[in-house]
Every structure is written in C-alpha cells, then in structure tokens.
Design a protein around this ligand. Sequence first.
Ligand SMILES: CC(=O)N[C@H]1[C@@H](OP(=O)(O)OP(=O)(O)OC[C@H]2O[C@@H](n3ccc(=O)[nH]c3=O)[C@H](O)[C@@H]2O)O[C@H](CO)[C@@H](O)[C@@H]1O
Ligand SMILES: C=C(OP(=O)(O)O)C(=O)O
Length: 442
Amino acid sequence: MDEIIVRGGHQLSGTVRVEGAKNAVLPVIAASLIASEGKSTITDVPELADVYTINEVLRSVNAEVKFENNTIYVDASNKLKTKAPFEYVRKMRASVLVLGPLLARYGHANVAMPGGCAIGSRPIDLHLKGFEAMGADVHVGNGFVEVSVDGRLKGAKIYLDVPSVGATENIMMAAALADGKTIIENSAKEPEIVDLANYLNKMGAKIVGAGTETIRIEGVETLTGAEHSIIPDRVEAGTFMVAAAITGGNVLIENAVSEHLRSVISKMEEMGVIIKEEGEGIRVIGPELLKATDIKTLPHPGFPTDMQSQMMTLMLCAQGTSVITETVFENRFMHVEEFRRMNAKMKIEGRSVIIEGPSELQGAEVAATDLRAAAALILAGLNAEGYTRVTELKHLDRGYVDLAGKLASLGADIERVNEQGDSINPFVQVEYETNKVVAEFS
Ligand SMILES: CC(=O)N[C@H]1[C@@H](OP(=O)(O)OP(=O)(O)OC[C@H]2O[C@@H](n3ccc(=O)[nH]c3=O)[C@H](O)[C@@H]2O)O[C@H](CO)[C@@H](O)[C@@H]1O
Ligand SMILES: C=C(OP(=O)(O)O)C(=O)O
C-alpha cells in the first residue's frame, strides 16, 4: 500500500490550481442517465477514484462513458438497466444518486442499500420519503432498495427534515421528469446543488430556486444530453488555504471561488490569516502567530463539515483553546486519535473537540480514517517536527488529485512511496476496472 511521507518545517509559496469539485461532478454524471436523447459533455472533471467509480456505475447500467483530458462524454440514449450492482455502492455512497434519474426515466430503480461509514450512520430515508411523495413504492430488503412507479412520477410538495445534499439532488433529478410541479422545502443550499440544477436546466429541465431553501421544479417529458463544466472544488481550495496558513506561507490558490468559501475565509481571518481575492483565485498568507477560535459545522452557508478536520489541524497550531463542534455527522472525529499520536493536545467531549494550542506536533505513523482526515493528517505533517507517514491513502484518492505532488510544487518536503519504498511522484493513477493508466500528474 502507498504511503505519503512528509517532513515538516517548510513554508509554502507559489501558485496551485484547484480541480473541478468531486461533490458536484458525481451528481452531474449520475444525472446524465436521465437524458434519453443526445450526448452529454462534462468538462473540468477531476481524475479521482470516485469519478472512476461513478463511471463504472453508469457503464454497468449500459450507458456509454468515455473519460479523457478531464472531460467525460456520456451517451445514455441506449435502453438502460435499472439495477446498479452492490460493489459500487460499497466503494462509494454517492452511487445512490442513480436512483432518482433511473426512477424518473424508467419507473424503476434498484441499488444496494448504502451502509454507514467512518463518519456516521448516513441513512437515505429522506431520499426515499421524497420518492414516495411523488407516488413511488419503496421496498427495502435483502440489502437492496427498490423504488418503482406505474407510469410517471407525480409532482409533490416535499419538506426535508434536514437539508440533506443527497436527498435534495436525488429528488430534484426525479422531479425533473415528473408530471406536474414539485416543491422541495428546506432543501440543501450548497453550491453543488446549484451546479446540478444548472446542468439539468441545460438538459431541458425547469428548475428555479436552487441555492435557496425552496426549489421549484416543473416536470418535463424528456431531457436531452448537454454540455456543462464543473464548478471548482471548494474543499480542495480550503485544504490548500490551511496548508498555506499552517506553514506561515504565501500561496495563490487559482480557481478558488471566494463566494463558496465565505465561512472558511471568515474563520481563518479570525485566526489571523491574511486572505485576499486576487484575479480568479485567493491569496493566503500565514501569520507568525495563529489565534484560537471556535467552529460549529452546519449545512451551507454554515461552516462545512468537509473542512472540519483540516481546520482542526490549524487550531492545533493556534495559541489558546479552540472548540470545534460537529453537528452534521455524529461520528466525524476518528482522526482525533491519530492527531494524538502526533502529540496533539485535544479531547473529545460529546459532539465537540477541545483543542489546547499550540501543540508541538511530532512526526509519527498515522492512518487516514476518511477522506478529509487523510488531508488533515498530511497538513499536520507539514507543521510537525520530523517525519510523518500517512497510510490508508485509498481514502485520499477518492477526493484529491495528487495532493502530495501539488504540495511538493509549493515547496513542501513530501513524497508518495509505494510498498517497495519507491517514490511515485509524479503519482500515476490507475483506473480501477480496466487497470489502464489514465492520468499522470507532475
Ligand atoms: C458526494 C457528496 O456530495 N457528499 C457530500 C454530501 O453527502 P450526503 O449527501 O451524504 O450528506 P447529507 O447532506 O445527505 O447528510 C447530512 C446529514 O443528514 C442526514 N441524512 C441524510 C439523508 C437522509 O436521507 N437522512 C438523513 O438523516 C445524514 O445522516 C447527515 O447527518 O453532503 C455532506 C454534507 O455537506 C458532505 O459531507 C459530503 O461530502
Ligand atoms: C464525506 C465526503 O464525501 P462522501 O459523501 O462522498 O463520503 C467528503 O467529500 O468529505
């Protein structure tokens, strides 16, 4: 298994470019299944393990998918199957996003029921409640969830108990082809929801209000493939913002959209970090002394849970007591034990972590427990004395394109090595199913 080895103590400087957003591209690719005519061309697609997985899900239901030069071409005009195999849901929960498009187009969809994961139990009851309100029958059994309807789904008024990102996306996709008008109340407002609505509208859907708490969808009879470019990844941008700040560096993060990062920018400014909008990006200058702060994760536009562990690293290096409270997922603190191996002074109290800073971080062997924990441990390594070895990189590869290579280009002492200890910078990612080399990063 590969490892990333970081030696701390280097200030980062230079320019780095953010990729298209993982959490935007996965629903957009799933939504391509809804087009019974034409082809879709999706650009600015990051070369991530999760993207390969969703591509395989589409191929497994008979859609044609080609991925080259950060562009995906999807032709879903064939007759599709409506059952997605278990192996993909096991690899990636976002596979459940094919439910909405297949149900809307064929009146039937069947996927493995996703289980919990390292960050929480993650049920899909709100997705199913939405489909039921539109007239679908839902059957859960033998590890699968099957949804079906006679004829077309019917538009409905749906209130989400919590503003779930996935439920908003699945219901929005299903409602795009339903008979009549659907209103989703208390919908998620994340930028990725807006990106999906924009794509669906280019396909011929009639969706208004995405990005607000009420989304209105007037169903249409058919949707056609369209061209769409994916918004930049705000979590990757935030991760580089922390990297610059934690090393006292000066980094221009190109393609970072400040409007998507308001809560992160505001908290980092409270900690003393200098942040300026510059051209099409954000410049981040780390201060000599970071100040403690408190953070509570919330649905957008609140502080994103996907930046919680990275900000925890910054708090470890700040002067004073910081408190971080996780309200979105019930169990997203697995990384705390790994930070402790690095001499971090912190304790968990219920849904909060109390951090006594600054900790004199020491290099250690640590294992990533989830995708963002992987990034956070690498960030901690940038500030630690000596060498940090980060293992379990399968999590990292789901959501970051060559993080080690990009940090090295900013001056970090970091390399990715394989089981034999050979350096694999530039990192070569191998496509899962075909075992074909699809991307080389420098
Ligand atoms: C691929 C993708 O876009 N993943 C993101 C998406 O995940 P995902 O779409 O799974 O997250 P949700 O917004 O649905 O989950 C938020 C909360 O709602 C709960 N819930 C959700 C659905 C449901 O039917 N019932 C229910 O109780 C979840 O358990 C969780 O506690 O949004 C999360 C919250 O911003 C991010 O951390 C993930 O990176
Ligand atoms: C939790 C995340 O993703 P997913 O919902 O795909 O597990 C994430 O991107 O941090």
